[in-house]
Design a protein around this ligand. Structure first.
Ligand code: GLN
Length: 196
């Protein structure tokens, strides 16, 4: 099993998918925009970007949702950032009633949980996963409300867990794609996937 991934998909329906594609280029990995279920066949891993989770959930074709769930169940590594983390959750608080998450991780999240006063901020976030700390951009970020025991905490900001891992699925409440530091993407690329 090689840790060099050839192609990484980025869900490209809405949000900051271009920034993730640029981050992958900086890591010398080919990024592939994913809009339809068939696009997934060309990739070994998937990134769900930041943006607006309600819009993305709405724009995703049912066949694409199913293919993502099937590939993830077969072991495809998935990274979700901010809205992407919300899409990966099992349960969403303060979501829209018709907002069905992909349920890729055993976590619950609350949307826009930092409130209006401090809804966007930048902070240094340290994690052993990146061997130190990096500036993290939080924009109307979600907070974790619950997680199963096999969900691993990778980073905290204050009393909040802001980076988690379950198997080869990684969710970040912030946006590593909006800073020039590529260590979170590199960490994701180091996670092993299914053998195909
Ligand atoms: N609040 C957004 C949502 O609910 C997430 C914001 C973001 O991705 N920066 O989808």
């Amino acid at each position: 099993m090689s840790s060099t991934r050839r192609r990484v998909g980025v869900l490209a329906l809405q949000g900051d998918f271009r920034e993730h594609l640029a981050a992958l280029r900086a890591c010398e990995v080919e990024g592939v925009p994913i809009r339809l279920a068939a696009d997934l066949e060309a990739v070994d891993a998937l990134i769900l970007p930041g943006g607006e989770s309600t819009t993305m959930a709405h724009l995703m074709e049912p066949t694409l949702k199913q293919s993502i769930q099937q590939r993830a169940a077969a072991g495809m590594p998935v990274l979700g950032t901010c809205a992407g983390m919300i899409l990966m959750a099992r349960e969403i608080a303060d979501g829209r009633p018709d907002q069905e998450p992909l349920k890729l991780m055993d976590i619950g999240v609350r949307r826009n949980a930092y409130g209006r006063q401090i809804d966007s901020f930048e902070a240094d976030v340290a994690s052993p996963a990146i061997g130190g700390s990096a500036p993290a951009v939080f924009i109307r970020a979600p907070q974790l409300t619950q997680h199963s025991p096999d969900v691993e905490e990778l980073a905290r900001h204050g009393d909040q867990i802001v980076a988690i891992k379950q198997g080869n699925r990684l969710a970040l409440a912030f946006h590593p794609e909006l800073t020039p530091d590529r260590r979170w993407h590199q960490y994701f690329l180091s996670l092993n996937g299914e053998t195909r």
